[in-house]
Design a protein around this ligand. Structure first.
Ligand SMILES: Nc1ncnc2c1ncn2[C@@H]1O[C@H](COP(=O)(O)OP(=O)(O)OP(=O)(O)O)[C@@H](O)[C@H]1O
Length: 320
């Protein structure tokens, strides 16, 4: 079996030292197999960028190990950089240069850049070629950043929030582009705040919370086992709600009652029949299957079981 293109073991990263030290990454293990796309999701401040920066080779971990294409991205930075395309959360291109000048300058730093016309076409930047970077819209600037990340035909693409600031049409264009690169064999690790982006693109999701990966797997695996919800407004929740088939529990909060269930249709059917028999009015009835969004929200508000584990997992076997 070939090694994953990206491997992270027991990664820790702290900022500051002494009493004010803050550990932003607290023991992350991550494998991205070659030719697949992994999306790193998480709440604000979860540690996604802090993790990405170590994988990008921009800084060393406080503890743990990272390998990109089998190499240490800090110690072997020159070799790794040649084979990797990186999109930072914010780019540092000069606002005075035009799009064309920026792309030419960037191409000059690469050993085998794609033809400029190809990159301009891929990111639909042709009509802005002579415009200064400072005059670009946020979305156009993001497309320029992406153009540079792709220019060296990288084997590994590291994209920190690639579609932030893009309108829906541009976002879908970028999705199609990233998908085609992955289909052609590029390994992609990206961070995103858009759950639909992660679902649309990723072979595998890694959800971070408070410096740890708390859920991993395909979108279906991440959602599996999470309860569906039936919500209703009642002045007082009847006791029989607790006895509905496949029900997991009833939560009452400020006049809203939520029934958690493992089998939405069965529970909902039984609830409607019983409510009819009891003459109970069901105002604002709402039924929702478990979704990536409901899992994510449960992680964000700390009610997901994975977020209540406070122990730090032992790192898996160290990398060879
Ligand atoms: N240079 C720094 N010095 C001190 N703390 C930092 C520094 N950079 C990040 N942090 C802290 O580390 C934590 C993780 O930040 P990080 O940017 O990695 O999170 P993130 O998951 O990428 O967040 P977001 O989704 O908001 O971009 C945050 O609490 C942040 O305030």
């Amino acid at each position: 079996m070939t090694s994953p293109a990206i491997q992270v073991r027991g990664l820790r990263r702290s900022y500051g030292s002494g009493a004010t030290a803050y550990e932003a990454v607290r023991g992350v293990d991550l494998d991205v197999p070659a030719g697949t796309l992994t999306a790193l999701l998480g709440t604000n401040g979860a540690g996604k960028t802090s993790t990405m920066e170590v994988v990008e080779g921009l800084c060393s971990p406080s503890a743990g190990e990272v390998r990109v294409l089998g190499l240490d991205p800090v110690a072997a930075r020159d070799q790794v950089r040649r084979r990797t395309g990186t999109l930072l959360q914010t780019s540092g291109f000069s606002g005075d240069l035009t799009v064309d000048e920026t792309l030419r300058m960037w191409a000059g730093t690469l050993t085998a850049p794609r033809p400029l016309a190809e990159v301009v076409d891929l990111l639909r930047l042709g009509h802005r070629a002579d415009v200064a970077v400072r005059a670009l819209s946020g979305g156009e600037r993001r497309r320029l950043d992406l153009a540079c990340a792709l220019m060296g035909r990288p084997e590994v693409l590291l994209l920190d929030e690639p579609t932030t600031g893009l309108d829906p049409e541009s976002r879908r264009d970028v999705w199609a582009l990233v998908r085609s690169l992955r289909d052609a064999g590029t390994t992609v690790l990206l961070t995103t705040h858009y759950l639909e982006e992660a679902e649309a693109l990723a072979d595998r999701l890694e959800i971070m919370h408070a410096g740890r990966i708390v859920r991993s797997g395909t979108a279906a695996e991440v959602v599996a086992g999470h309860p569906s919800h039936i919500r209703l407004r009642t002045t007082s929740a009847p006791a029989w709600l607790d006895e509905l088939p496949a029900g997991r529990g009833v939560i009452t909060d400020g006049g809203r009652t939520t029934v958690e269930t493992d089998a939405l249709q069965e529970t909902l059917t039984a609830l409607l029949v019983r409510a009819g028999a009891e003459g109970l009015r069901l105002d604002d009835l709402e039924a929702r299957h478990a979704s990536l969004e409901s899992v994510f929200l449960a992680i964000a508000d700390g009610t997901h079981p994975a977020t209540t584990t406070t122990t730090t997992p032992e790192p898996e076997a160290a990398l060879r």
